[in-house]
Each structure stands twice: as C-alpha cells, then as structure tokens.
Design a protein around this ligand. Structure first.
Ligand SMILES: Cc1ncc(COP(=O)(O)O)c(C=O)c1O
Length: 407
C-alpha cells in the first residue's frame, strides 16, 4: 500500500494556503504543519466550549469530554493506559519537571546516564542532578558518525544506575536508535528509561507499550497537532516518583508530573491528531479495529513514503566532499531529518534556499553537545533539511536542484 499523497496534502490547509504556494517546507523537525482536524477542533473549542471544563453545564461537559477523548485515543494508539499519558506545555518543560521528581527520588551516590546525542531538553535538566550528588555518566556518540553504540552503554551500566535517558532519534544525527534493545539492557541493570521521541513521533506514532520505556516524550506541534508536550509515564515509575502537582491531585497519574494549569483547548484539539491518523488508516484500507494496529499501519505507511523520498536525497549528498552528511546514508536507518555540516556558517545558505522557495534552517538546533562532539562548531551550525510523509516527490526534486546551486 502506498501513501495517497494528494489525500494527505488535502488534510493540511497549509498546502492550499495562497501565501505558501511555491514554498517547499523542509524545516518540519522544528515544527510541522497542522492538520485540518486539529484546526477544526481548536476553532470549535474556542467558539463553542471555551469555559472551565468538567462542570455540569453543557459547554463545559463537552469541553472536558473532549480533553478526555484526546488523552484516551492518543494513549490507546500508543499502546498505553489512558492515565499514563499527560500533556504539558512542551517537552522541555516536561523533562524539567521530571528531573525535579528524580532530584527528590534519587540518593546521593546513585547514577544516571545521559547522552551527548540528545537535544538539550533531554540532557541538560538531567545533568543538573549532579548538584545533588548524583553521578552523571555520559554515553558518548561516535565522533565521526554520531552513532550511539549500545555496547558502550553496557560498559556504563551497573547497580548504581537508576535512569538512562536517550533519544529515539536525534534531531541532527537522524539515526533511529534501537529503543527496545536499549530499554532491555537498562532494565536488566535495574535502571528506568526515559526516551525523547520528539524527532521520531512525527514519522509514525510508536507503540510505546511494545517498545518498553518507562517514559516517552514527544511534542504535538511537530506531530501535526497543537503546541503541547506529550508524556507517557508508565504506571510503576509514576507511582514511585514524588508527585510534582498539587497534593490533592497526587492520585491522578496524569496530573502528577504536570504542575502547570493545562491548556484546555489545545489538549482537546489533540484529539484531531488521532482523527487525522484514523482518516489515513481508513482511506488506505487499514485495519478497522484495534487502536495500536491502526497506529502501526499508519506508521508504516508514512515511513515507507518517507524512505522512498529520502534515499535519493541522501544519495545526492553522501559522496560530496564539500560537506559532511550527519548520520547514516541508508534511508531505512534514519528519519528524514538531514543535517549537513558545510565548513562555513549554515545560516546564509538557508537564506539563499529561502530565496529559492525552500524553507529550511541553519543553526545548532539546540543539539550543541552533539555537534561539538562531532567536531562541528555550533556557531557555524548545520544546514538542516527535514521532511515528513506529506512532502511530495516534486518538493524533494526541487530541494535537490536548489542544493546543487547553493552548496
Ligand atoms: C529532539 C528534540 N527533543 C526535544 C525538543 C524540545 O521540544 P519542545 O520544543 O516541545 O520543548 C526538541 C525541539 O526542537 C527536539 O527536536
């Protein structure tokens, strides 16, 4: 089954928007376009339901029910229980709160493992636990390839380690890390696992229940939804970590690590993400039942399309000696988030691309540690070209042509 790209693009108003015509969008890892289903729900919420939710009057009842629906349907698609999914303002804020919980939970002398492949959001807050006497061990990437080798992790794991934090996929290296294998190694050593899925989830929602980590984070605004950070917290760990919310909410798992007042409208509108995935599933003849099966069908559909478009882009770049392609050159092994080190500042190259109708970015993308570890000056940064399943063959062709001119 191949993706019906016209159907897909029909679900995103940005592709019909006059001011965006002729612009090929290649900064999706920064934030995706929003699907119609989410926009519709957001508009409906703000026009019909913008009252305090969970009160007995009808507008309020509908508002609360829609917020519950979003959590229930997203959790089901990700293979976890409804109360194991919570919404926070952003992934950065979610990891910050989690780190506070671990600050209270861990004892001096215990250890955590972080990587230098991560976006700062899933490493900086954890590293600050060193202030509390927690030993912070760094699982380092290969300086040439950016690869995170699970064999290296094994040498860092011992009975002192309580938590291992790593990305499902880095936002500059792009390689998909073997979450199941890493989680199994960490669990066998008695450590919990926190995965940053921000750069992975837009390419197909994972079945977190199957993958196995204790915490899985991603950002809805990069996954066709509103500006929310989504956090799966498995029940066992959630009950052990000290509550960070109001004391009277401590028995509600989905409130324990989200102390900020929730953004009602955006949470409700997140149900539109599942409307969209469901529409994709039905349109392409996917399974009629089973939320995880439907999610996996959509995941595979998106991935297959992306891999097909990605390989020619990688082929056009991998052997050039005037640039360095970060991460694997085999599309199957990576997300379509392609960073190039150019040996000169990337910002001006992005500017030239913008003049040619290519929306892309240059910079460090908050992956300062990964770039530095790979010998790349974060000030110069990398040119990042990132796309998703809604990107067309024509857009990738246009990008390859434009790159030929600017590189
Ligand atoms: C891989 C990765 N992790 C975490 C984040 C932080 O997400 P948020 O903007 O929701 O805080 C980003 C944002 O760019 C990211 O790319």
């Amino acid at each position: 089954m191949t993706l019906d790209i016209d159907f897909v693009r029909g679900q995103f108003p940005a592709f019909q928007e006059a001011s965006l015509q002729g612009q090929a969008f290649f900064e999706n890892a920064g934030g995706s376009y929003t699907c119609q289903q989410v926009i519709d729900r957001l508009t409906r919420y703000y026009t019909q339901r913008k009252v305090q939710p969970y009160a007995p009057y009808e507008a309020s009842r509908l508002a609360g029910a829609e917020m519950d629906e979003a959590r229930q349907r997203l959790a089901a698609m990700m293979g976890v229980e409804t109360d194991e999914l919570s919404f926070g303002p952003s992934t950065t804020q979610n990891t910050y709160v989690l780190a506070q919980a671990f600050r209270q939970f861990l004892q001096p002398g215990e250890a955590i493992i972080v990587t230098n492949q991560d976006h700062e959001a899933n490493t900086g807050p954890w590293r600050r636990l060193a202030d509390e006497g927690i030993e912070v061990r760094e699982w380092e990437i290969d300086p040439q390839t950016g690869h995170l080798d699970p064999a290296k992790l094994e040498t860092l794991l011992d009975e002192k380690v309580r938590l291992v934090c790593f990305p499902h996929c880095s936002n500059v290296v792009g390689e998909i890390n073997p979450v199941t294998e890493i989680t199994a190694l960490s669990h066998a050593a008695g450590a919990f696992v926190c995965v940053d899925g921000v750069s992975y989830a837009p390419h197909g929602l994972p079945n977190v229940g199957d993958l196995g980590p204790d915490i899985y984070l991603f950002s809805a605004y990069k996954t066709y939804g509103p500006h929310q950070g989504m956090m799966v917290m498995r029940r066992e760990l959630g009950a052990l970590l000290p509550n960070q919310g109001h004391f009277f909410n401590a028995d509600n798992l989905y409130k324990r690590f989200t102390p900020a007042g929730p953004d009602h409208a955006q949470i409700a509108a997140s149900a539109g993400m599942v409307d969209y995935f469901d529409a994709l599933c039905d349109h392409h003849g996917g399974p009629g039942e089973g939320a995880t099966a439907r999610g996996e069908f959509v995941h595979d559909l998106m991935r297959a399309h992306e891999v097909t478009l990605l390989q020619p882009l990688l082929d056009a770049l991998k052997d050039r000696n005037d640039l360095r392609l970060l991460g694997p050159s085999e599309a199957e092994r990576r997300a379509p988030t392609v960073a190039l080190a150019l040996n000169r500042p990337a910002g001006p190259v992005a500017e030239r691309l913008a003049e040619m109708g290519i929306m892309a970015g240059g910079g460090d993308f908050y992956a300062v540690r990964a770039l530095t570890a790979m010998g790349i000056d974060p000030e110069e940064g990398v040119l990042r070209l990132s796309f998703t399943h809604y990107t067309s063959q024509e857009e990738v062709n246009k990008l390859i042509k434009a790159l030929d001119q600017v590189l």
